[in-house]
Design a protein around this ligand. Structure first.
Ligand SMILES: [Zn+2]
Length: 448
């Protein structure tokens, strides 16, 4: 079995099994309700460890004999696992730390809620919608932001849609071979009550940012349970709305037991002096005081100075993107020494113009200097991508090796915002997946 096939199984869902267990005759449920899930979906989504109990279940003396089609079903799952080449390359146990929930929605789901809520969209099929929302070549920041205007009104303010995109997000990541992900979003941008101004030209409703966090957390937790991916969330402040930021840090505190691990600052970092807006500064001070982890979008299109502000004023623990850090040699050396983590999004950096092809990408410098960084998708809906796109891009165009992918993923795990004990479990899991053994005691600190 190739590592990809293994991963295909490992990375997926337990939902099928959970439903199975609720059925008197587990596998028959799928044979009789063929529309519920195709064989391919189940095989692609069912994690390896969930397959092992199957033979035991089949032979349970107390259960009624299983019909012949059931045996075919089980056989089919195993055959699928053995033969499927998988869509991604090694090591296929990824850690992703920088991805936006509202930039990672299935086009089908947008269409569904557009129709359900009577909100018009510029396309009738998922493919057409993907083409309109998605990007193939670099666009300006306003053109990029305009993409959100198409579909955010469809999702924002709708309880069912918000919970569903969170759930489907986990499913999407399971299929990509992700074992741990931190997903971020602005609760205010999905609300239509207790938020000023009300975003996306929505009429005032009764969905508050607080309830948005509750809904997303529920969707993520259900996804965790069903798809076997560990998920945590990060709540975003927006640079142009400093009046929301204190709310955001309070929500981080309130929901810290329900997936929320950190605060972020997103939006247009070229907005003059926005790192110093009192709302943001106070929120980050409160985060430090309350033990809420911190990351900041900085040095993506903004200068190294924005990175410096994020580190020195907002006391960030990770830098979102951070490419322009390398333009200030002293700052870069200092952050290398401090083992600062850079959340790199290669394909995103091409499409947003944060990186100009023909120049050396900062991630090459990070690789050569053995910096602490991760590879991430950022907004896969808009960039028409998956995590595989970013790994293929760095492998094909920048000479990244399997060893470097392992190294950066272990560093990503070590830079995650999980509590120490859970972080150690995650690091152990990666070592076992990559090297077949747990880390030695000497592997503490940054992976060499
Ligand atoms: Zn981002």
């Amino acid at each position: 079995m190739s590592p990809c096939s293994l991963d295909l199984l490992r990375a997926g869902a337990c939902r099928a099994l959970r439903d199975d267990l609720e059925e008197p005759n587990p596998f028959h449920a799928y044979l009789s309700t063929g529309t519920k899930r195709t064989y391919e979906e189940i095989a692609a989504a069912r994690p390896l460890h969930m397959l092992f109990p199957l033979p035991g279940m089949l032979f349970q003396p107390s259960s009624a004999p299983l019909p012949l089609p059931t045996w075919f079903f089980v056989l089919q799952i195993f055959t699928q696992a053995l033969l499927s080449p998988g869509s991604h390359c090694w090591p296929a146990s990824w850690v992703e730390l920088h991805v936006h929930l509202d930039g990672a929605i299935k086009p089908e789901t947008i269409l569904y809620y557009g129709r359900l809520r009577g909100i018009s969209l510029p396309a009738d099929t998922a493919e057409e919608l993907q083409d309109i929302i998605g990007m193939d070549k670099p666009l300006s920041l306003p053109e990029f932001l305009a993409k959100f205007n198409y579909y955010m009104p469809v999702i924002a303010g709708c309880r069912e849609a918000i919970k569903r995109i969170a759930y489907e997000f986990v499913e999407m990541k399971a299929k990509e071979g992700v074992v741990y992900v931190e997903v971020r979003y602005s609760p205010h941008l999905l609300a239509n009550s207790n938020v000023k101004p009300i975003p996306w030209n929505q009429a005032e409703g009764d969905l508050t940012p607080d309830e948005v966090v509750a809904l997303v957390s529920q969707g993520l937790q259900e996804g965790e349970r069903d798809f076997g991916v560990k998920v945590r969330s990060i709540l975003c402040c927006m640079r142009h709305e400093p009046s929301w930021s204190l709310d955001v840090v309070e929500l981080c505190k309130k929901y810290r037991q329900q997936t929320v691990v950190a605060i972020d600052l997103a939006g247009d970092e070229t907005l003059e002096g926005s790192s110093l807006f009192p709302g943001h500064v106070e929120a980050y001070q409160e985060a430090v005081k309350s033990g809420i982890h911190r990351t900041v979008h900085a040095g993506e299109v903004g200068s190294a100075e924005v990175v410096k502000e994020a580190v020195d004023i907002l006391r960030t623990e990770r830098v979102g993107h951070g490419y322009h850090t390398v333009e200030d040699e002293a700052l870069y050396k200092r952050l290398l020494q401090e083992n600062m983590h850079f959340e790199v999004c290669p394909w995103s950096s091409y499409l947003t113009g944060a990186w100009k092809p023909g120049t050396e990408h900062a991630v090459i410098r990070f690789k050569n200097d053995k910096a602490n960084y991760s590879l991430n998708t950022d907004d896969p809906l808009i960039f028409k991508s998956s995590l595989d796109t970013d790994y293929q891009m760095t492998k094909r165009d920048m000479g990244f090796t399997e060893e470097e992918f392992k190294r950066l993923n272990i560093n990503a795990a070590k830079s995650s915002f999980l509590p120490e004990e859970e972080k150690k479990e995650l690091v152990d899991l990666l070592y076992k997946a990559y090297y077949g053994m747990p880390p030695s005691a000497s592997a503490a600190g940054q992976h060499p």
